[in-house]
Design a protein around this ligand. Structure first.
Ligand SMILES: [Zn+2]
Ligand SMILES: [Zn+2]
Ligand SMILES: [Zn+2]
Length: 495
């Protein structure tokens, strides 16, 4: 880790800063999780060793809780599961917990403890920090969170085996506090869905900025190569979004920039317990675009009207989210259409409530196979995002990819190819060239480039070829639009 060093960041406590000049796409550091677990809700859908989603998993014969792709994953995960296996079995054998496994927080806390005990209390492969130095923010926790913490500690003590080393309650609650504010979302291999939570100690040192100079991405590595020399471990990578000068603090954003300053600050205070004073917060930068009204022939729509439609949109968004969670997609589209009709003449094309409607409308319409209409909304969404996001933002890259695929599917090959190229350029930096999504994009870029050439030569041949190509797409974008994309890096979210 010769790119960065720990320093005292004014007003923020410890932070990391660059020790030499870094360029867009550079990896500042990468690290495997110190410990990680699969979410309770996905315990039988995700491999507990490699965190990949699989249709058929094999259950651990002992605890009947952990599940794996195959024997290879099971033996790779045994080191971490060995002590856990017996403890889960014992936990679920009696009393109130009969047949149950402890929750994800408890399982993660125990994995951290076992590993610390084994390594003599230090995090051995960590150069920059120790667990004791990480903040737990227990004194900042609201009443309800403290109650939950007490329940977790109580269950932890039930779960922790008598023959493992015993710890003080203070040390146990410190670990829960650290997980609470530093637990990092582990996503599936494509990075589209959150599947678990892990602790990445060095990442905990990276402070927040609403307009950061770095981004963090989970790379599952490569376990499929025949030659094990080419196998690589699951790890996070901290990547530069632009040029960083030596001495400059490196930052990531804990929240989505597609929120106004007030909302970002509220989220940061509630989940991470600090008041953001970054330049974008101080200057309320781009808030006017995100809440703005339309300008028609040089005349602004009256503020009163903008406010009215903004409030109406908020109600409709809540209704829409509900219908979406219920899987009632025709209802979702009905709500979107009703709302967009009111928004269109009044709100700016960067108004975030309008962007959310366009985003959902395009996603759900694509799922329902109304591809042309889906492409139109996807384009409006990306145009808006381009005016709001940093040009190298990972969400922007993913949204551009989605819009590009939709255009491609709609037969709008020129726009589609352009968007796919743009998304590829962004993801090469934010995700890196070996990430599965970047590789998908590379394949799509080549495919659409070929199709574009063909289209220009002979439109008829192109059209018949496209039909065939669509039958074996390189990636499915037709997943049910139920699952929210991973927008929050850290897991600290109310359940
Ligand atoms: Zn696996
Ligand atoms: Zn087991
Ligand atoms: Zn800020």
């Amino acid at each position: 880790m010769d790119n960065i060093e720990v320093f005292d960041s004014p007003g923020k406590g410890r932070g990391l800063r660059a020790t030499k000049e870094l360029l867009s796409g550079d990896v500042l550091f990468s690290e495997p999780p110190f410990a990680a677990v699969v979410f309770d809700s996905l315990a039988d859908k995700i491999c507990h060793s490699c965190f990949r989603r699989q249709d058929k998993l094999q259950r651990c014969g002992q605890c009947k809780f952990a599940q794996y792709c195959d024997k290879t994953c099971q033996s790779a995960g045994w080191k971490e599961h060995k002590l856990e296996c017996g403890a889960i079995k014992a936990f679920g054998a009696i009393g109130d917990n009969f047949g149950k496994a402890p929750n994800e927080n408890i399982r993660l806390a125990a994995r951290i403890m076992w590993r610390l005990d084994k390594e003599g209390g230090v995090m051995s492969d960590m150069q920059m920090t120790s667990l004791d130095d990480l903040e737990n923010h227990i004194s900042d926790m609201p009443e309800d969170d403290l109650k939950e913490l007490k329940v977790d500690i109580h269950n932890f003590l039930d779960y922790w085996p008598r023959n493992s080393k015993q710890h003080r309650v203070d040390d146990i609650s410190h670990i829960f506090g650290v997980i609470n504010c530093n637990g990092f979302t582990v996503s599936d291999q494509r990075g589209l869905n959150a599947v678990g939570v892990g602790l990445f100690p060095n990442l905990c040192l990276v402070n927040h900025d609403c307009w950061p100079n770095c981004t963090v991405i989970l790379n599952h590595g490569n376990q499929s190569a025949v030659n094990t020399v080419y196998h690589s471990q699951m790890r996070i990578e901290l990547r530069a979004l632009g040029k960083i000068e030596p001495g400059e603090e490196v930052t990531v954003s804990y929240v989505d920039f597609l929120n106004v300053t007030e909302d970002r600050q509220r989220q940061l205070k509630m989940h991470y317990f600090f008041d953001c004073t970054c330049e974008h917060c101080k200057g309320h930068i781009k808030d006017d675009l995100k809440m703005g009204g339309k300008v028609v022939d040089g005349v602004k729509v009256p503020e009163e009207q903008v406010k009215e439609v903004t409030e109406y949109s908020l109600q409709m968004l809540q209704k829409m989210d509900k219908a979406r969670l219920e899987g009632n997609y025709h209802e979702v589209i009905k709500i979107c259409r009703e709302c967009m009709e009111k928004q269109e003449p009044v709100l700016a094309d960067t108004h975030i409530y309008q962007l959310r409607m366009w985003s959902t409308a395009s996603e759900v319409l694509a799922y329902l196979q109304f591809i042309d209409e889906a492409a139109d909304y996807a384009r409006k969404m990306v145009d808006g995002y381009n005016k709001l996001y940093h040009p190298c933002n990972a969400h922007l890259g993913m949204a551009t990819m989605r819009a590009g695929v939709t255009h491609w599917q709609a037969g709008k090959i020129e726009v589609g190819h352009g968007m796919i190229c743009k998304a590829y350029a962004i993801l090469q930096r934010t995700h890196g060239p070996t990430h599965p999504i970047t590789k998908d994009l590379e394949a799509m870029r080549m495919q659409t480039e070929m199709e574009l050439r063909m289209f220009r030569e002979n439109e008829y041949i192109y059209k018949s070829m496209r039909e065939a190509a669509l039958k074996n797409q390189p990636m499915s974008m037709m997943n049910e639009p139920m699952a929210e994309s991973v927008k929050n890096l850290f897991r600290r979210q109310k359940k």
